[in-house]
Design a protein around this ligand. Structure first.
Ligand code: PEP
Length: 249
């Protein structure tokens, strides 16, 4: 881990019921967590209120998506204002499932990020390459293009955490090696230095996501440019998520 405060997010995706979530919240409330770590969880929209009302204040809440502007006639969407109204501090944008399953493109994601930041909602900005892109030697190109779309849109990087999540590692059990992750994190930081500023490059936290679990987090956390994790599957198990949070070095 680098010099910024370690940041660990749990992305619950489209999982859970009232009952399973109340059990998960109980486990999180009783877990002993290192103090020097920012921790957030992202429940499905419909359970945010339940989680907000039962989860310890030690953990902040993120949404898994938000609309590009003010609310209104946008059936099925959730506005940034509504998320703030129910106590969300963050939103995850550009997740690979939204890019590759739902079909969101760079410009649309950039618009969402800009609007969320304009309303003081923090953004966890996800980037990452597909397996065929890695195999074709295009990892950096893809990540830089996704970074550029965020950079072109956002007014400031103060409230942004970048999540590098190679798509081939998400939900597959095939974690990137610490060296593979570190290599991309350094490249992304370097990209920020060249294209935004040295200050933003050194201050912006770059977290890793993709099959992080209680067994592999410690080795990853040792890497100089890995400033935390975005965790899917393993964040649904309270004790294991706590182990990942406590892997801060
Ligand atoms: C994610 O969805 O952001 C993620 C990293 O999932 P998993 O940990 O299950 O690979």
């Amino acid at each position: 881990a680098g010099s910024g405060k370690f940041f660990v997010g749990g992305n619950w995706k489209c999982n859970g019921t009232k009952d399973s979530i109340s059990k998960l919240v109980l486990d999180l409330n009783s877990a002993k967590l290192e103090t020097d770590v920012d921790v957030i969880v992202a429940p499905p929209f419909v359970y945010i209120e339940q989680v907000k009302n039962s989860l310890t204040d030690r953990i902040d809440i993120a949404a898994q998506n938000s609309w590009t502007g003010k609310g209104g006639a946008f059936t099925g969407e959730i506005s940034v204002e509504q998320l703030k109204d129910i106590g969300c501090k963050w939103v995850i944008l550009g997740h690979s499932e939204r890019r590759h399953v739902i079909g969101e493109d760079d410009q649309f994601i950039g618009k969402k990020a800009a609007y969320a930041l304009s309303q003081d909602l923090g953004v966890i900005a996800c980037i990452g390459e597909l397996l065929q892109e890695r195999e074709a030697g295009k990892t950096f190109d893809v990540c830089f293009q996704q970074m550029k779309a965020f950079a072109d849109a956002v007014p400031s990087w103060d409230n942004v955490v970048i999540a590098y999540e190679p798509v081939w590692a998400i939900g597959t059990g095939k974690v990137a090696t610490p060296e593979q992750a570190q290599e991309v994190h350094v490249a992304v930081r370097d990209w920020l230095k060249k294209n935004v500023s040295a200050d933003v490059a050194s201050k912006t936290r770059i977290i890793y996501g993709g099959s992080v679990n209680g067994g592999n987090c410690a080795e990853l956390a040792k890497q100089e440019d890995i400033d935390g994790f975005l965790v899917g599957g393993a964040s649904l198990k309270g004790p294991e998520f706590a182990t990942i949070i406590n892997s801060v070095t």
